[in-house]
Structures are given as C-alpha cells and as structure tokens.
Design a protein around this ligand. Structure first.
Ligand code: FES
Length: 251
C-alpha cells in the first residue's frame, strides 16, 4: 500500500481510514434501503386492512391468521418469522452492523465507540444463532406463499391471470431464491458432510449442495431483490384494495 506513514497508521477513531475509495457509499445505501423498508413495512403491518383484493393476498399478511381474541393487525402474528429470518441472516448482519452500528462502517475503517464486540457468544448477539431455526419457519412460509400464488390464478372459480398474479408469482420466486440460497440451508443439504463420496445418498446430497452453492453465490442479490419485491407486492395489492389502481386481467 502506498504512502503509509507511521503517524497516520496510529490514528484511530470513527471513520478514520487510509482508504481512498468511496467506502461510505455501501453502508449509506444499505441504511437508506433497510431504513425505508423498515418504515414502510411497519406502517403496512399495523394497518390491519387493505391487505387483500380478489384472489390476491399481501405477503406481509400470509399465512393469514384471523382470531377473534386478537385485536391488532393479523400481520403482527406472522411478521416476526420473516423479520427474524432476515435480521439473523449472515449477509444482513454484516450490512446492518456496518450501516447502523458503524461497527466497523467498512473494512479497514475506524469503528464507532469502544471495542466491546465479543463475537456472537454473548447476549444479545448470541441470539443471531437462532438463524437456522428461523430458516425452518421461513421454508414453511414459502410453501404458504406458493399456495397463495396458486390461488391468485383463480377469479371467482375461473382460471385467469391478472397483473397481480404475475406480481405475486415473481415475488414468491425471488423470496424462494433468497430462502434457498441461505448459508444455513446450504449447510443443511450437504455442507455438514465431511465426505461427498462416502455413504448412502452422498452423491444426491452433493448435487443438491452444488445447486444451493450456486444460488448462495448471489445471496446478497436475492436478499435485495426479494426485499424490494415483497414491499412492492404489498403496495400493489394495497392500492388495488383501496381502489387507487385497477388490476388488469391479462387472461
Ligand atoms: S444466511 Fe441469509 S438467509 Fe440465511
């Protein structure tokens, strides 16, 4: 590395770095993206209305649990699952530790506050280890979302395709790509094996693991695309339900 003087190498403090590139851009974009999604999804989840139109159901409200004893929005009964899955995701951890905690804001950049971070071995960060359990719930939610997509093809008992059908289809596709490219899923389907040529079913496991590994390479991409589509799907169905826009029937 060029021009490293001993004096500047000793400097420390938040944001202090010898990097010359725009290292701050990525945490800024992450804070903008996650911040906006957080504000919108919280607002939408607390509304408790306009979450369905015709055969369409907002993914924020699926699976839909309607109980007489629950006075609040039904979204609050389910959103903990996708929220917990995303919040404990290996990729998102890196992103929001940098964007919101500045801990550190980027590689080789001075961090915020004292160095108290002790890995994910103590409360509250030890809770991040719940990710693999959130994965099981997320897979269940994906199955339900595909059932919602199937139902979105039926208008008053007749087969049809509306713009909303396609919106739900693509959203669930991207959510599936995000879920099945998960690092924990990769471990589950074969990553835990020491030997891919030993034992029963090893070759099949290897094939599945290879496909998941391919998806896993773009986990960050699937994370952002699916975060965007899940928000936009709620917006689309909400606007239809409010009568602001009309769903166009393609078929
Ligand atoms: S690591 Fe991102 S969803 Fe599991």
């Amino acid at each position: 590395m060029a021009n490293l003087s001993p004096a500047s190498a000793l400097k420390s403090g938040f944001g202090v770095t010898q990097r010359k590139d725009s290292w701050w851009l990525q945490p800024l974009l992450v804070a903008f993206g996650l911040g906006n999604f957080g504000v919108y999804s919280t607002w939408a989840a607390f509304q408790g209305n306009n979450y369905e139109w015709g055969p369409y159901l907002s993914p924020f409200y699926s699976p839909l649990f309607l109980f007489k004893w629950w006075p609040l929005s039904p979204a609050l009964l389910i959103l903990w699952a996708p929220l917990g899955f995303r919040a404990t995701c290996y990729y998102y951890r890196k992103s929001y530790y940098r964007a919101f905690f500045g801990d550190p804001p980027a590689c080789a950049v001075g961090e915020f506050g004292e160095k108290k971070y002790s890995g994910e071995t103590k409360f509250p960060f030890i809770l991040q280890n719940l990710h693999r359990f959130f994965l099981y719930v997320a897979i269940f939610v994906i199955v339900v979302l595909w059932w919602d997509v199937f139902k979105a093809f039926w208008f008053d008992g007749k087969f049809g395709i509306g713009v909303g059908t396609l919106v739900m289809f693509f959203n669930t596709t991207f959510l599936s790509l995000y879920t099945f490219s998960c690092h924990s899923f990769r471990h589950l389907v074969g990553g835990k094996r020491d030997c891919f040529s030993c034992g029963k079913g090893a070759k099949t496991e290897y094939k599945v693991w290879s496909v998941v590994s391919m998806l896993n390479e773009n986990h960050m991409l699937w994370a952002w695309i699916s975060l965007t589509t899940v928000g936009l799907t709620d917006v689309y169905i909400r606007l239809c339900a409010m009568g602001v826009i009309t769903d166009i029937r393609i078929f």
